[in-house]
Ligand binder design. Structure first.
Ligand code: FES
Length: 105
């Protein structure tokens, strides 16, 4: 699926991410800056925080209870905040747009 990552300063990159990978892994493998992912995808660090574009909120789904509690540690959390290691890429997310917070720059 094609995923677009938009930096806090407006720079954006659209990359091809294989189904089954997470949105976080898609950024790391394609050298997209702005996602630190200190815990490697275990939902334990909140440094893979992204803002899901309004058009994609439904498809991206809701955060799990564990993800919600980890998001409490992220800065500037908004209603569309998610941890990108917890969003699994699939055909349904082809075209997904996420914005990256300034704090992870
Ligand atoms: Fe650590 Fe997502 S990579 S919570």
């Amino acid at each position: 699926a094609k995923i677009t990552y938009i930096q806090h300063d407006g720079d954006q990159q659209t990359v091809e991410v294989k189904n089954g990978l997470s949105v976080m892994e898609g950024a790391i493998r394609n050298n997209v800056p702005g996602i630190d992912a200190d815990c490697g995808g275990a939902c334990a660090c909140a440094t893979c925080h992204v803002y899901v574009d309004a058009d994609w909120l439904q498809e991206a789904g809701k955060a799990s209870a564990m993800e919600e509690s980890m998001l409490d540690f992220a800065e500037n959390v908004e209603p569309n905040s998610r941890l990108s290691c917890q969003i699994r890429v699939s055909d349904a997310l082809d075209g997904l747009v996420v914005r990256l917070p300034e704090s992870q720059h």
